[in-house]
Unconditional design. Structure first.
Length: 134
């Protein structure tokens, strides 16, 4: 059987903060599940999985923001602004899909994959470096 995983968990996705890494792992698994269901033509189940992905993102961002605030992270405002912008994009996309204003396709998953990997490898990696140097 050929793997339909969208994201393969690799060490370059580890930011070095256990709670954040666990959440990132969960997010990649949720996105992979949604993608696999989409590839199997299970659109409703894929949208259900994407709904869980969106809710997990919301909780993940809240968790990260709490960690940043309690550790006086110097880029707190910038990082929170990015969270707000990204969540609005993802949430809007999800609602467009559910309402039929947008179609679930490979481009949607490419966007979600790029968004998640870029955020982990850039903003969250910077946070991880800061926290590990404390």
């Amino acid at each position: 059987m050929v793997s339909t995983s969208l994201i393969h968990w690799e060490k370059d996705l580890i930011v070095g903060i256990e709670s954040i890494d666990k959440q990132h792992f969960l997010l990649t698994n949720q996105l992979n599940l949604a993608f696999e269901l989409y590839k199997e033509n299970n659109t409703k189940e894929s949208l259900d999985a994407l709904e869980r992905f969106v809710l997990t993102i919301k909780n993940h961002f809240a968790s990260e923001e709490s960690i940043m605030q309690s550790n006086s992270y110097p880029n707190f405002d910038e990082h929170c602004s990015l969270h707000t912008k990204l969540f609005e994009q993802i949430n809007k996309l999800y609602h467009f899909l559910v309402e039929g204003k947008s179609v679930l396709n490979d481009e949607v998953f490419d966007f979600l994959k790029s968004w998640l990997l870029d955020h982990i490898k850039q903003s969250d990696r910077e946070l991880g470096i800061f926290l590990n140097l404390r």
